[in-house]
Write a protein that binds this ligand. Structure first.
Ligand SMILES: Cc1cc2nc3c(=O)[nH]c(=O)nc-3n(C[C@H](O)[C@H](O)[C@H](O)COP(=O)(O)OP(=O)(O)OC[C@H]3O[C@@H](n4cnc5c(N)ncnc54)[C@H](O)[C@@H]3O)c2cc1C
Length: 384
């Protein structure tokens, strides 16, 4: 393939989507991934209709859809199991314009990799330096300078720290998060349960698997226990089947993660011939389940801009103008959601939160979500 050349730094969800989109826009693409093979952690992910539309624009929707499960019925409950808000498949279709999907991260990544030719993929290649003019140094020494560099290298981005040296980098979200995928012991509904500074969520996946996660305010997490023991103790009085799900998970399948995000928003996502994308640009707390969805949106908008313009400055100007306000607004909402939702820890505030949620009609809460889920993807149409 000829055409201008882009190097995408990082082969996570955002980087692979950017590579697929830029190829559709007529670019030659190299993805440099430092890990020895492309892969994702053993956890699930929720994809909102905005991300599903973006995947359709990238042409990978069909394959991914076969590997994902629409979340049929669920919502938010208290730790005792009382419903605070309900959501079902047909309401999601009606209010959000499409289904909310649960997918294993490894399956999503595999379906993205299938859409890229082997010659675009360089695993075991760490980018060690970058210039604003799209010059690169790498561990393998064989990555050519590019017309465009896409920094999709995650929250601890080298591209961001090199070219945005004044940015302070990630801050803690104040939570510790655990995640696991298990064989589903009995089809629990999709949903979240909220207590004081604690959330437990479960998302059915294809093939009878279930993804569960727990998020607990870091100041209440004791460090002297093994994770599974700690979780079993922490959730022992929570509604069925939370204790059972944790108990049936092998200890080694439980992943632990100290939450962090980019508290200080970047004033620009582009610098010279370099663009930041995904967590490198706007890592957000996971409360809305939108981090990867926003990375996928970034990829489609960057590709659509690349298809519509010849000049890299024009492409990047348009990308920054379209992506920064939206992704940063969603990051702020996600943070607010944590502060007034699952991270609330004082008992009176939790009582008020639960009472307020019970009073709000579910359709109204869902309409709030439609502000981010109703996004329409641009078409990637190479006119050049
Ligand atoms: C607990 C939790 C739950 C979440 N749940 C959801 C959810 O339900 N829905 C959702 O949309 N989002 C969710 N997210 C957010 C989502 O996981 C991230 O936003 C998304 O994975 C970011 O993708 P990315 O491609 O930008 O970065 P990453 O996935 O971090 O990928 C970066 C890649 O770059 C590579 N890399 C780094 N440095 C270099 C280098 N110098 N050279 C070469 N390669 C390099 C890394 O190895 C990695 O493969 C969740 C996050 C957390 C923490």
């Amino acid at each position: 393939m000829s055409g201008p050349h882009a190097v995408v730094v990082g082969g996570g969800i955002g980087g692979l989507c950017a590579a697929i989109g830029l190829r559709a826009a007529g670019w030659r693409v190299t993805v440099a991934e430092r890990a020895s093979r492309f892969g994702e952690i053993g956890a699930g992910i929720m994809l909102w209709p905005n991300a599903v539309r973006a995947l359709r624009a990238l042409g990978v929707h069909e394959r991914m859809r076969a590997l994902s499960t629409p979340q049929a019925k669920g919502g938010i409950r208290t730790r005792r199991g009382t419903w605070l808000m309900r959501m079902d498949h047909s309401a999601a279709e009606r209010v959000l314009g499409g289904p909310v999907l649960g997918v294993h991260r490894a399956d999503l990544l595999a379906s993205l990799l299938e859409a890229l030719p082997a010659e675009s993929l360089r695993q075991g290649t760490e980018i060690t330096g970058v210039t604003a003019g799209a010059g690169l140094t790498s561990s393998s020494g064989d990555i050519d300078d590019a017309d465009l560099v896409v920094g999709a290298d995650g929250i601890h981005s080298l591209i961001r720290s090199s070219l945005w040296p004044r940015h302070p980098g990630p801050s803690p979200t104040g939570t510790v998060d655990w995640r696991a995928v298990i064989d589903d012991p009995g089809s629990p509904a999709f949903g979240m349960s909220w207590g004081r500074g604690t959330e437990f969520g479960s998302i059915p996946l294809v093939d009878g698997r279930l993804y569960w996660y727990a998020s607990i305010n870091a100041d209440t997490v004791t460090e002297n226990d093994e994770d599974k023991e700690f979780l079993l103790r922490h959730f022992r009085s929570w509604h069925h089947p939370i204790g059972q799900l944790i108990a049936s998970t092998p200890a080694e399948a439980i992943l632990r993660h100290e939450g962090s995000f980019l508290e200080e928003p970047l004033s620009c996502y582009v610098h010279g011939r370099v663009a930041l994308l995904g967590d490198a640009a706007h890592a957000m707390p996971p409360n809305l389940g939108q981090g990867a969805c926003q990375a996928i949106e970034d990829a489609v908008v960057l590709a659509a801009s690349a298809a519509a313009h010849d000049s890299v400055p024009e492409i990047l100007h348009r990308y920054d103008r379209l992506r920064r306000p939206r992704s940063q607004a969603i990051s702020r909402s996600s943070r607010r959601m944590g502060r007034f939702g699952q991270q609330l820890s004082s008992s009176p505030a939790v009582v008020m939160r639960d009472a307020a949620l019970r009073l709000i009609p579910s359709a109204l809460s869902m309409r709030g979500m439609s502000t981010f889920a109703s996004w329409e993807a641009p078409t990637i149409r190479p006119d050049r």
